[in-house]
Design a protein around this ligand. Structure first.
Ligand SMILES: [Zn+2]
Length: 249
């Protein structure tokens, strides 16, 4: 059956002759991979080769008994050009794409995941700082994956946590002073500002996420907490995150 959907490129690989092997995250079907023919080396005759950091409309159809589709058309609808002009934006966009690619399965439709990737790439082109966009991406991603840390009560005893709050990676959220006595080694202090920021972003819609103000200290703590949480709980070690840490920090 022929399908048409909005799509963001995740991966591109040259094949023999003029074919390309492409993976997209699509709005209508989740992740798909497929072969497109007649693209390379024939500029002008067909669409230009699909680029990273663009919103495309693709047409594809299934091949019998195979996970690899035939992609017959790929038309660029919107290109996020500003991402290419800045190394920090480029590496963060690659980080978003790498996480979506490694955490999703073929044909598992999730419009929220598509919206997350599309909105995050678009925000990188606007006035918000790249770090802010990255934190929004990470928080929203955890929500979509059902891995949002517990923030409003102790992840061990359920009491409302106010004083001497710590964060436990193992228990997936904040823990109270009493419980943290037993979890000293696997937890670290966390401020109420950090907890409130993460909670706020997770509950805000896309129109509101940039309005939340945050101090530099809280921003730094949020970044550290989320990256520790992501590397602890997700089954992937993003290569692009290593690059960001080594080259940009
Ligand atoms: Zn407790």
């Amino acid at each position: 059956m022929i399908q048409k959907t909005e799509a963001i490129l995740l991966k591109k690989q040259d094949l023999r002759e003029t074919s390309l092997f492409l993976s997209f995250y699509t709005k209508g079907h989740g992740k798909i991979s497929g072969v497109i023919k007649g693209i390379r080396g024939q500029k002008g005759q067909y669409n230009a080769s699909p680029q990273l950091f663009g919103l495309n409309e693709i047409v594809f159809y299934e091949r019998k008994d195979r996970d690899v589709f035939t992609i017959s058309q790929c038309e660029l609808r919107e290109f996020f050009a500003e991402i290419r002009e800045d190394l920090e934006k480029t590496s963060h966009a690659l980080y978003f794409i790498e996480l979506v690619n490694s955490l999703t399965l073929i044909l598992e439709k999730n419009e929220k995941m598509f919206e997350l990737l599309e909105n995050s790439l678009r925000l990188l082109c606007g006035p918000a700082s790249t770090k802010r966009v990255a934190r929004i991406f990470e928080i929203k991603l955890l929500g979509i994956l059902g891995l949002m840390p517990r923030l409003k009560s102790c992840a061990i005893c359920d009491s409302s946590v106010i004083k001497k709050m710590r964060f436990s990676l193992k228990n997936g959220g904040v823990i109270c002073g009493e419980c943290s006595a037993k979890e000293r080694d696997s937890s670290f202090p966390v401020s109420i500002g950090t907890v409130n920021f993460i909670d706020h972003i997770s509950r805000s819609d896309w129109e509101m996420v940039l309005r939340i103000k945050v101090s530099q200290d809280v921003g730094r703590q949020v970044e550290q907490l989320l990256q520790r949480f992501i590397t602890y709980h997700l089954p992937v070690r993003p290569k692009s995150l290593e690059f960001i840490k080594k080259v940009l920090v």
